[in-house]
Design a protein around this ligand. Structure first.
Ligand SMILES: NC(=O)c1ccc[n+]([C@@H]2O[C@H](COP(=O)([O-])OP(=O)(O)OC[C@H]3O[C@@H](n4cnc5c(N)ncnc54)[C@H](O)[C@@H]3O)[C@@H](O)[C@H]2O)c1
Length: 137
């Protein structure tokens, strides 16, 4: 069974993506949704999938290296679909730092965790693993 790690799954695109994937693949896939639940995240978007055996929600910040590495260590992740972001661009004028933290450093944390989990001792990577980053930035 293929395991997807979705970040920002409680947001607009992420929650629609999770619904789409369960509609398409039903019990053939497993989805782990990592979201820190900022003002933009809402678990109400996922009420109808929360009881599925093949769905797990983890409340964590993508900048939290230990939390993200732990997810990779405890699960054989096949796909990362990375939506978590500060997405309301007008807010970046008031507080640009949080955009840099989440969108740049958080993305670097996700990439490093995937690399650590997927890299083999000879420097090559496990077959069939994929990282998709969806972002305006
Ligand atoms: N919505 C659009 O029309 C659109 C269009 C093009 C590109 N995008 C891009 O796609 C991505 C997703 O957009 P969206 O509209 O779903 O955004 P959104 O703001 O609706 O959702 C973002 C989600 O990320 C979570 N999040 C934020 N910071 C986090 C962190 N540090 N750790 C973990 N989770 C965190 C939030 O809680 C929220 O659930 C963004 O990069 C956005 O810029 C969106």
């Amino acid at each position: 069974m293929r395991t997807y790690l979705v970040t920002g799954g409680a947001g607009f695109i992420g929650s629609n993506y999770i619904h789409y994937m369960f509609k398409k693949y039903d019990n053939e896939i497993r989805i782990i949704n990592v979201d820190v639940l900022t003002y933009a995240g809402n678990l109400e978007n996922l009420k109808d999938v929360e009881d599925r055996d093949n769905y797990t929600f983890v409340k964590a910040n993508i900048c939290d290296r230990d939390a993200i590495n732990k997810i990779f260590e405890e699960n054989d992740i096949d796909r990362v679909v990375h939506f978590a972001a500060e997405s309301h661009v007008d807010r970046s004028i008031v507080n640009p730092e949080i955009f840099v933290e989440t969108n740049v450093l958080g993305t670097a944390t996700m990439l490093n965790a995937a690399k650590k989990a997927w890299e083999l001792p000879d420097g090559s990577f496990k077959e069939g693993k994929k990282f998709l980053h969806v972002s305006t930035d």
